[in-house]
Every structure is written in structure tokens, then in C-alpha cells.
Design a protein around this ligand. Structure first.
Ligand SMILES: Cc1cc2nc3c(=O)[nH]c(=O)nc-3n(C[C@H](O)[C@H](O)[C@H](O)COP(=O)(O)OP(=O)(O)OC[C@H]3O[C@@H](n4cnc5c(N)ncnc54)[C@H](O)[C@@H]3O)c2cc1C
Length: 373
């Protein structure tokens, strides 16, 4: 078959665009991926104990965008799931984001009552406030709390996660860390919070299941012998790799995932435990059965160890949001601009921007509307 479109990458971005072209333009699409599976970083599969695990770290779906929710709901049923996280701070377990229960656990009743009163007076009940705002507060009690959280939770976690001082990162990172005023202990507040009933990979199979779509796995873009044959190429891989790193490598943070199965039904109280302290090498530990509601006498957890990215050793996960890297990205964007009629760069690695899954879907849908339709 002759394909009009080549899509490089079978993750959220590539799969969504492929489906839209196949269905709404009735055009043949070839999707390739260098991995031996579809679903990109959202790939899940059963481990030896029959527990559905996420190969590239826990993926929890949440969105406020109706177009994203409606699009994905054509390909999967959902299990409602609200994620909860406990952090180990000062040898105590506290809800993350920091909320009133966290304050009551870490401070005396007298101190906690005063702090909660001042937070409520300043911000009202049941809202999430960025820690940056609280750190700038003129109220002594609010500022002291924010400084405590910054020092004991945010600073350590950030250092472990990025191996950078917080001020070296884009201020956006700090401005996104919230404190919950009130007792709501959900990690996300989005309207839709759910997991695909049969997993992400089954959902991707449905998205890509269309007579106009062919998928070739274990196939690199470099293996495509005749890229000029396609009317348009949509590339969702790393933008610096496409241009042979001619301006230098865009840095990423990588993660090593360690999967551990226990002969017990449950090991943790909640989906994820955070470990900001330097006494632990890992940052998070997630128990998959909380996310999937599977019944199984065993349980599998995943520990995450952040590490430097090295293109020969591990995978690029998180673009590092620094000023210097933004400047480097602009050089690649300028190269991409010169060939934009034939090749479009879209997605987490091509945009060099962290996207949640719903943002990757939204990016794919918007790209299709603006650039293809
Ligand atoms: C550890 C971790 C946890 C996360 N948790 C969450 C979460 O809880 N909730 C959430 O909403 N989001 C989460 N995300 C984000 C989510 O993974 C992304 O939103 C999503 O993967 C973006 O999809 P994408 O298609 O842009 O990129 P990807 O999923 O990376 O897909 C790109 C695909 O392109 C392929 N590719 C690249 N280059 C080439 C090439 N040259 N030739 C052929 N194929 C190529 C890759 O193999 C890959 O399969 C998490 C991300 C990470 C790293």
C-alpha cells in the first residue's frame, strides 16, 4: 500500500494523530516505532504474577479537557480512580500535596490550629495554593509553614529528582507545587480521574485498529529507506536526534524502575509513597493494584530512582526545564521551521516539553485540526 502519511512514534501523540487522519481524512497512514510495542511510555502488560504493571513507571490518567475525555472514551471503558499519595517526612506519613492532615500530623495541636486558622483567613477553604505564593506571604505563620515545606519536602525531592538546585530550574516548577487548604487528600482535582478498564495497551490497540492504519514495530525512522515518498511525516521522537545532535544534546532526566513482587495482597495504604529524604535513594514507590483494582494474592510495586540520561544507557524521560536548555531548543526549532512543509515535530520528545497524557492527546488533536484537516 502507498501511504500518504508516516508517523514516527506509537505513543499518545502519534496514535491520536494517526487515528484522526485515518478516520476523518480517509487517508492511509504508516505508524512506526523503534520499540517492540505500541503505547509509548504508557505501555502496560501483565508481569509473571498476572499483575498489570506500567513498564515505564506509573501512569495515572486525569483531565479537565472534555475533548480529550470524549476522544479516549471511544476506545476504552474506565474505572474511576482518585490517586492518593503519602510522603515520609520527619519519620511520619503525611498526605501529599501537603494538607490540613499533614499539618496536624507534623505539628502540635496548638500550632496546627493557629496555622490552619491563618491559612483559611488568607485563602479560604478547599483551594490549592502554589507554595510560591505562601512563601511570599506577609503572615508570619503562613510563611513559616511554606518555608518548612520547602525545606523538608520540596528542596530534597527536587534535588533528588533533578540533581539541580531549585533556583536552576524554571520558576514554573516551584510555582506548580501546591498546598491544599483543607482536608481534601486527592493528588489531582481534575473532573475526570480514571484508569482505562483493560489497561493502556488495550486502549492503544483500539485507537490504532483502523483499516487505514498499519503499524510497524522495531522500526527506526533511520530504517525508512524512502522518506520522500510520504506526503507528510509527523515525527514524535527526540528533535535533537532527528538533526543528528548538530547543536548538541538536549538534556533529559532518566529514571531506573525497580519492580518488586510480594507474596501478600497489599503492601501500601495508597497508590504512591513519596520519599523526599536523602536517606532513601528512590523518590517514589507505587503499588499497581491500587490503580487497577485487580484481585490477586500477590502484589507488585515499582521504585523510581532518578538518574542522569545517557543516550547509550537509558531512556530520555523528563526534559530539564532550565533557561540554557530553552536556548538550545530554539536552535532545533529554527531547523524544524525550515522543513515544516514536509515534516512536523509534535509530542513530548519533539516539542521537548513535559506533557501529561491528556496534554499529549490534546496536542495531537489540536495538531490535526490546525495542520492536517
Ligand atoms: C516516569 C513517567 C511517569 C509518567 N506518569 C504520568 C502520569 O501519571 N500521568 C500522566 O498524565 N502522564 C504521565 N507521564 C507522561 C506520559 O508518559 C506522556 O504524556 C506521554 O508518554 C507522551 O506521549 P508521546 O507520544 O508524546 O511520547 P512517548 O510516549 O514517548 O512516545 C514516543 C514514541 O516514539 C518512539 N520513537 C522515538 N524516536 C523514534 C525514532 N527515531 N524512530 C521510531 N520511533 C521512535 C518511542 O519509542 C516512543 O514509543 C509520565 C511520564 C514518565 C516519564
Amino acid at each position: 500500500m502507498k501511504y500518504n502519511y508516516l508517523i514516527v512514534g506509537a505513543g499518545f501523540t502519534g496514535a491520536v494523530i494517526a487515528r484522526e487522519i485515518a478516520e476523518k481524512c480517509n487517508q492511509p497512514v504508516l505508524v512506526i516505532d523503534r520499540r517492540n510495542h505500541i503505547s509509548g511510555n504508557a505501555f502496560d502488560h501483565n508481569d509473571n504474577s498476572g499483575i498489570l504493571i506500567h513498564e515505564y513507571g506509573p501512569h495515572i490518567f486525569h483531565t479537565n479537557a472534555p475533548q480529550v475525555w470524549n476522544f479516549l472514551s471511544k476506545f476504552t471503558e474506565w474505572i474511576p480512580y482518585e490517586h492518593r499519595v503519602l510522603g515520609q517526612v520527619d519519620k511520619k506519613l503525611i498526605p501529599i500535596p501537603f494538607n490540613f492532615t499533614s499539618i496536624e500530623t507534623l505539628f502540635s495541636t496548638k500550632e496546627a490550629t493557629i496555622i490552619k486558622k491563618h491559612l483559611l483567613e488568607e485563602h479560604g477553604n478547599n483551594v490549592k495554593v502554589p507554595i510560591l505564593n505562601l512563601m511570599e506571604s506577609k503572615n508570619r505563620f503562613v510563611k513559616e509553614l511554606a518555608d518548612y515545606i520547602y525545606k523538608n519536602v520540596f528542596y530534597n525531592y527536587t534535588k533528588k529528582m533533578w540533581d539541580l538546585e531549585p533556583q536552576e530550574l524554571d520558576p514554573q516548577v516551584l510555582s506548580r507545587v501546591p498546598i491544599q487548604i483543607g482536608y481534601d487528600d486527592r493528588y489531582f482535582n481534575d473532573k475526570h480521574q480514571a484508569m482505562p478498564k483493560e489497561g493502556y495497551t488495550k486502549m492503544f490497540q483500539q485507537i490504532l485498529n483502523h483499516p487505514n492504519i498499519e503499524v510497524k514495530l522495531s522500526t527506526q525512522f533511520k530504517d525508512v529507506s524512502n522518506p520522500n515518498e510520504f506526503k507528510k511525516i509527523i515525527y514524535t521522537g527526540p528533535i535533537d536526534e532527528f538533526f543528528d545532535y548538530r547543536h548538541g544534546e538536549l538534556p533529559y532526566r532518566s529514571i531506573q524502575f525497580e519492580f518488586i513482587t510480594h507474596d501478600t495482597e497489599y503492601k501500601q495504604k495508597v497508590g504512591t509513597m513519596n520519599f523526599p529524604g536523602f536517606e532513601f535513594k528512590h523518590t517514589r514507590m507505587t503499588e499497581f493494584k491500587h490503580l487497577t483494582f485487580q484481585k490477586n494474592p500477590k502484589t507488585t510495586l515499582c521504585r523510581e530512582y532518578p538518574e542522569a540520561y545517557n543516550s547509550k544507557k537509558n531512556l530520555p524521560y523528563y526534559p530539564i526545564p532550565t533557561q540554557e536548555n530553552k536556548v538550545l531548543l530554539q536552535k532545533y526549532r529554527a531547523e524544524a521551521e525550515k522543513i515544516k512543509e514536509r515534516i512536523a515535530f509534535v509530542g513530548r520528545l519533539a516539542d521537548y516539553q513535559y506533557f501529561n497524557m491528556d496534554q499529549a492527546v490534546a496536542r495531537g488533536l489540536q495538531f490535526f485540526q490546525k495542520e492536517i484537516l
